[in-house]
Design a protein around this ligand. Structure first.
Ligand code: NAD
Length: 493
């Protein structure tokens, strides 16, 4: 029996104004109810934004090191509760415990990192062109931040947005993905226990159209940070444009592993399995394409297929499980549609291709790990984000050919190369137009102290994590102090 969870507004848990709620169920066993969550709408968003707006002057006025200390306490609480939070996350979205522990760890790392920014947030001092004049730049918070997050990293991504926003002095209204509100409820509880004052952090649960849409277009929301599909990202961008709101978008990916003829094929296969089927392929950085040099193509494909067939698919709480379910029935159907598309366009189905519907698998949204071989770069399965356990293998003739395949899609998030030749590795690194690049490792596995994000259809020029995340949530102010006691005229006013 799942519990009931309200919105968190102005330091209080409360039901949706209309009194409605929606169910969240375990995708590995849909008989298990995770909880009933507030099914909110405009009115709830308006309340949350008003609370965040009212709390802004006080939070902005608190010295940044003090804000950092609160975040530090939150990080300590996350460490203490890590296992319990990871188990909740596996129940609510299906990925295996090893991965949900990693997700909570990302939140811990980001919270510690941003706690430290309470004592940095460096600006500049530069010499003036004039005598007796001093000048510097400082960061200032933007105001109320509206955060809209996806379900595949239910705690990591909310923390990637909340922690930099908070340490800079912004207040926050977050709308978690409809499939994964529990992990954000858990994160909010931790922040409240750590001492974040009322109104500084607010959470409104519900659908994208009824909560996300009014949040991003609310006139008192000064900055919107969104992670999700490119299709919704485009709507977010359009909603922010009329008011010239700060808008940060992190969207889809179609990432490539390039395997050269001098690669350690064993390593490349291991990387492709983990990169392609980790989180059931539901990562923005998933290695959903592998471009393999024709000289090692046969060996690579044979081993990849053997590895994919051997993966144990099941409930992520079972320590023997290597791949969990798809997030929901809709996503499972999308995967099935793409499998049909791949077959229709002539890709060779080498393994998988079906939903798993017998025994314990019948309880959830499971699909076989699926490999398509002999793919052409123009096929939809080789170009479009599927967001499921489907890997498309594309034969290539050379590194240049692999790079061309890699760069030929609309997205630009992550790429990797397997080679023993340092010249090839550096050439590929330079030529791939992506935000992330890996050598002899899969396309996944970011750390919080390097910027994260993508080019082209993946992002709009901002980055999460590291100091780059501070740019999203701050405005620069340049300050000139003239102590000459007379009018000095700058060359350009
Ligand atoms: P989604 O776009 O369907 O939803 C993302 C969020 O937007 C959810 O909270 C959703 O409720 C909300 N939303 C939906 N419609 C909306 C609307 N009309 N107005 C406002 N908000 C709306 O994406 P998803 O299915 O939750 O996540 C999967 C996608 O996220 C994939 O494309 C994946 O690549 C991407 N993703 C990207 C990154 C990255 O950093 N680049 C990371 C994780 C996931």
């Amino acid at each position: 029996m799942g519990s009931a969870f309200g919105n968190y507004i102005d330091g209080e848990w409360m039901p949706a104004a209309a009194g409605r709620c929606f169910e969240s169920r375990n995708p590995a066993d849909t008989a298990e109810l995770i909880g009933c969550f507030a099914d909110s709408a405009d009115e709830d968003v308006a309340r949350a934004v008003a609370a965040a707006r009212a709390a802004f002057p006080g939070w902005k006025g608190l010295p940044a090191p003090k804000r950092g200390e609160i975040l530090y306490r939150a990080a300590e609480l996350l460490v203490r509760r890590k296992e319990e939070l990871a188990r909740d996350m596996t129940r609510e979205m299906g990925k295996i415990l090893e991965e949900t522990r990693g997700d909570v760890q990302e939140a811990i790392d980001m919270t510690y990192y941003m706690a430290g920014e309470g004592r940095r947030q460096f600006g500049q001092t530069t010499p003036s062109e004039m005598p007796d004049k001093f000048q510097m730049s400082v960061r200032q918070p933007v105001g109320v931040a509206g955060l809209i997050t996806p379900w595949n990293f239910p705690m990591a991504i909310p923390s990637w947005k909340m922690m930099p926003a908070l340490v800079l002095g912004n207040t926050v209204v977050i709308k978690p993905a409809t499939d994964t509100p529990l992990s954000v409820v858990n994160l909010i509880e931790v922040l409240a226990e750590a001492g974040v004052p009322r109104g500084v952090v607010n959470m409104v649960t519900g659908s994208g159209s009824r909560v996300g849409a009014p949040l991003m277009s609310h006139p008192d929301v000064a900055v919107v940070s969104f992670t999700g599909s490119s299709e919704v990202g485009r709507q977010v961008s359009a909603a922010c444009a009329p008011g010239f709101k700060h808008c940060h978008l992190e969207m889809g990916g179609k990432n490539v592993i390039m395997v050269m003829d001098d690669a350690r094929v064993d390593l490349a296969v291991e990387g492709a399995l983990w990169g392609g089927f980790g989180t059931t392929g539901q990562r923005c950085t998933a290695a959903s394409r592998v471009a393999v040099h024709e000289k090692v193509y046969r060996e690579f494909v044979e081993r990849l297929v053997a590895g994919a067939k051997a993966l144990r698919v099941g409930n992520g709480l079972d320590p023997r499980t290597q791949m969990g379910p798809c997030i929901n029935a809709g996503q499972l159907e999308t995967v099935e549609r793409y499998v049909k598309t791949g077959r229709d366009e002539g890709a060779k189905l080498l393994c998988g291709g079906h939903r798993l519907a017998s025994g314990d698998h019948a309880k959830g949204h499971f699909h076989e790990p699926t490999v398509f071989g002999d793919c052409h770069r123009d096929m939809r399965v080789a170009r479009e984000e599927i967001f499921g356990p489907v890997v498309s293998v594309i034969p290539v003739r050379s590194l240049e050919d692999a790079i061309e395949v890699g760069n030929s899609v609309d997205y630009g998030l992550s790429a990797s190369v397997y080679t023993q030749d340092i010249n090839k590795a550096f050439t590929a690194m330079r030529e791939m137009y992506t935000g992330l690049f890996y050598v002899n490792a899969p396309t996944i596995g970011a750390e919080t102290h390097l910027p994260f994000g993508g080019t082209k259809g993946t992002g709009n020029g901002h980055r999460e994590a590291c100091v780059q995340a501070l740019e999203v949530f701050s405005e620069w102010k340049s300050i000139y102090v003239d102590f000459s006691g007379r009018l000095q005229r700058a060359q350009i006013d």
